[in-house]
Design a binder for this molecule. Sequence first.
Ligand SMILES: NC(=O)c1ccc[n+]([C@@H]2O[C@H](COP(=O)([O-])OP(=O)(O)OC[C@H]3O[C@@H](n4cnc5c(N)ncnc54)[C@H](O)[C@@H]3O)[C@@H](O)[C@H]2O)c1
Length: 338
Amino acid sequence: MLSALARPAGAALRRSFSTSAQNNAKVAVLGASGGIGQPLSLLLKNSPLVSRLTLYDIAHTPGVAADLSHIETRATVKGYLGPEQLPDCLKGCDVVVIPAGVPRKPGMTRDDLFNTNATIVATLTAACAQHCPEAMICIISNPVNSTIPITAEVFKKHGVYNPNKIFGVTTLDIVRANAFVAELKDLDPARVNVPVIGGHAGKTIIPLISQCTPKVELPQDQLATLTGRIQEAGTEVVKAKAGAGSATLSMAYAGARFVFSLVDAMNGKEGVVECSFVKSQETECPYFSTPLLLGKKGIEKNLGIGKVSPFEEKMIAEAIPELKASIKKGEEFVKSMK
Ligand SMILES: NC(=O)c1ccc[n+]([C@@H]2O[C@H](COP(=O)([O-])OP(=O)(O)OC[C@H]3O[C@@H](n4cnc5c(N)ncnc54)[C@H](O)[C@@H]3O)[C@@H](O)[C@H]2O)c1
């Protein structure tokens, strides 16, 4: 059932470029002037699913918005600069995507970003809780394993928490797994779907190659190498960029794919499935990524982990202590805030 459902969602980005579907999603991007924010905003502006795009950052949004607003697609674009303009950026939004914050440099883990990004995410999501409490919130800012618990605690503090509407965007892990499997097996990447579960950092990224569609057979050594490459793919980009940041273009693609799947599901499309790091009861971790059936109100059903191999089972067990610690760190951060 899972693989049958998963395919349409995987093609969401391509579909949004190629169909004449009309829709009226109002989408905000917070951190819109950054390495991810700019190409993500371009992809959103290019989509017929989006009717209003509001762009917020602490720098450069007037220029980014002026530039994008000249594109001959129907979404209106407006830039908002600095905290006093944030409320107007958020009012009336259906979806808020947040790639604000600092990226990694070589040698850094995602957790090394915690001190800076925790405050940024807590501040921005507090504004969301106040000005668009019903919107779907998609967090890209790292460390996602902590920024999602932070977002949840902030929404709880404001009395507007809905766990079905808060998503940690892990889609890039799925996109990478699909690309790498297709490359290895000489398949069309558009037809490959690998669920990736757990979290979004190193060993907590757990590709379920045993559930790949189409089914792929790999000797154990190749499977271990492929799994390691998917887990360290972000670091591969950080090293290649040599101090100029982390993945931005592939992340913009992945972020847009996730938003389009979400909007498709909000529009009533059935069978839309994406993996995302969310509030979960599938393991002993209070947050965990698994394939989710999306619907009009966000998560419609958690499709769970499904049948996994002993190799994958071991990875899940090994990821849990790190995940729990990252989650606790995020929760404690909000509790310690004034
Ligand atoms: N989830 C994922 O798979 C994934 C993948 C890649 C990167 N990331 C993360 O995404 C984040 C952004 O990466 P990037 O490469 O775009 O970084 P970047 O430095 O190029 O852009 C970040 C943007 O955030 C803005 N910003 C900073 N503080 C802000 C605030 N308080 N309010 C609004 N905007 C603010 C900056 O002005 C900048 O424009 C990083 O945390 C990075 O680790 C996540």
